[in-house]
Design a protein around this ligand. Structure first.
Ligand SMILES: Cc1cc2nc3c(=O)[nH]c(=O)nc-3n(C[C@H](O)[C@H](O)[C@H](O)COP(=O)(O)OP(=O)(O)OC[C@H]3O[C@@H](n4cnc5c(N)ncnc54)[C@H](O)[C@@H]3O)c2cc1C
Length: 406
């Protein structure tokens, strides 16, 4: 039996968030966020009060226990509302990496960090990428060495989302570091461990804020760890399991990116549709020209196809977690399909709608350019590049024997 309907509760959640966004996240407000480079704290608190921050954390841990389909609904609505993508980034980074932290952390980390972030009183992010590169996750050079019950962390992380927010609000990062040498050069993903690193721990210093081109409401920075001491209960998961937990977090983030970019593309099309019905050229609304109508029709058809992919994938993810129904690798390949196809599609929609606007579309008076800049971050590589998604899909189709670097 196939049933494509959302539950009544999911419908209410969508409506509730949609209404809240209409009141709190007008396009003028988004422009302000983009210009001031900051999502106001009351927006974060408002989302927390409604139970949307890290909504997928189980109720017994302080969350709302939302499944992945419902969490994607929220991401889609946020993408629709904030086409600059800043607030959706904050939402999805916490919902994915907070999810991994909560799933594998100690009670102390949950009490001190996860529960606070759910209330909007702290930030949880991910710090993997280093100067040596991001795609080759296992090439991380940062280290942790154990001294009785304490781990001493050293190294540098770059291109880390939310460093300024974490500093201001408190909280920290799931950091991936090497705790033992790889057994063989081919197995360099082994010997890595995840830790929860409080951003205000002695020895952590933010050394960089990047001037990004988009999603200006959330910072991207870098920090060094100089002999940072964290207790063993800050270890996330078992020693040596860090690579696998990282892949789990990427999956969570990537499906939410798919949902976010869907929402943003839908909004761009709506903004564009309103405009083409109003704007006249050659004595008629430009919506009458087939050159424009066909673009709209193609985009709508693709949007709906990709929407089905996102929610089918979220459903598979729920089945994986709840019933162990699909293998992690199979689900990952569908998730990578979302990350591979939806950000470029959304980018193209914004580009086309910008052209419908003519000269006005090239100005900052028109909201469309914010989306173009924001969505580009997900094509460039935030949460993994497009080629890396291709390698994940090809691995599933061809088998591990064909992994290129082994
Ligand atoms: C806005 C933004 C926010 C970010 N936030 C975070 C964050 O919060 N935390 C964090 O840890 N990182 C973050 N990143 C970093 C991101 O994870 C990396 O940019 C990404 O993993 C790619 O790494 P890289 O930039 O070093 O590119 P590289 O790995 O150097 O890749 C460069 C190019 O080579 C291609 N390439 C690499 N390997 C292969 C291969 N095997 N096959 C084919 N092509 C390949 C890539 O697709 C890419 O086009 C962020 C990045 C951006 C842009």
């Amino acid at each position: 039996m196939v049933d494509f309907s959302f539950t009544e509760e999911q419908g209410l959640i969508r409506e509730g968030l949609h209404d809240w966004c209409e009141k709190n996240l007008s396009l003028e407000k988004i422009r302000e966020i983009d210009e001031k480079h900051e999502v106001p704290k009351e927006i974060i608190k408002g989302m927390a009060d409604l139970g949307f921050l890290m909504m997928n954390i189980p109720e017994e841990h302080g969350g709302t226990g939302a499944d992945w389909v419902t969490t994607c609904i929220a991401a889609e609505e946020l993408g629709y509302a904030d086409i600059s993508i800043a607030l959706p980034v904050l939402f999805l980074v916490e919902a994915s990496w907070g999810f991994v932290v909560d799933r594998y952390c100690s009670e102390q980390v949950r009490e001190n960090f996860v529960k606070k972030a759910i209330k909007g009183e702290g930030f949880i992010g991910i710090a993997i990428t280093e100067a040596g590169g991001g795609s080759d996750v296992a090439n991380v050079k940062s280290t942790a060495k154990k001294e009785s019950d304490t781990w001493v962390l050293n190294g540098e992380k770059l291109y880390t989302s939310g460093t300024e927010e974490a500093k201001k609000w408190g909280g920290g990062y799931f950091v991936l570091v090497r705790t033992s040498p790889p057994p063989t050069p081919e197995k360099h993903h082994l010997g890595m461990t995840g830790f929860f690193l409080p951003i205000n721990a002695p020895g952590v210093e933010i050394v960089k804020r990047f001037e990004d081109m988009g999603r200006m409401g959330i910072s991207t920075g870098g920090f060094v760890m100089n002999d940072v001491r964290v207790p063993d209960y800050h270890r996330i998961g078992e020693e040596g399991e860090g690579f696998y937990l990282t892949m789990e977090g990427f999956d969570a983030a990537r499906i939410l990116i798919g949902a976010t970019c869907l929402g943003a593309a839908k909004r761009a099309l709506e903004i564009g549709m309103n405009y083409i019905k109003e704007r006249e050229a050659f004595g008629r609304p430009i919506a009458k020209f087939e050159g424009i109508q066909f673009e709209l029709a193609d985009d709508w058809a693709e949007l709906e196809a990709l929407r089905s992919l996102v929610y089918r994938t979220a459903w598979m993810m729920d089945k994986k977690y709840e019933e162990g129904k699909f293998s992690a690798r199979r689900v990952s390949s569908y998730i990578s399909a979302c990350k591979l196809k939806i950000p470029p599609f959304a980018f193209d929609v914004f580009k086309r709608v910008m052209l419908w606007f003519g000269a006005y579309g090239y100005t900052k008076e028109c909201p469309i350019e914010m989306g173009l800049r924001g969505i580009m971050s997900y094509m460039i590589g935030a949460e993994g590049t497009l080629n890396i998604q291709r390698t994940i899909i090809a691995r599933e189709l061809l088998g591990r024997k064909y992994i290129p670097y082994r």
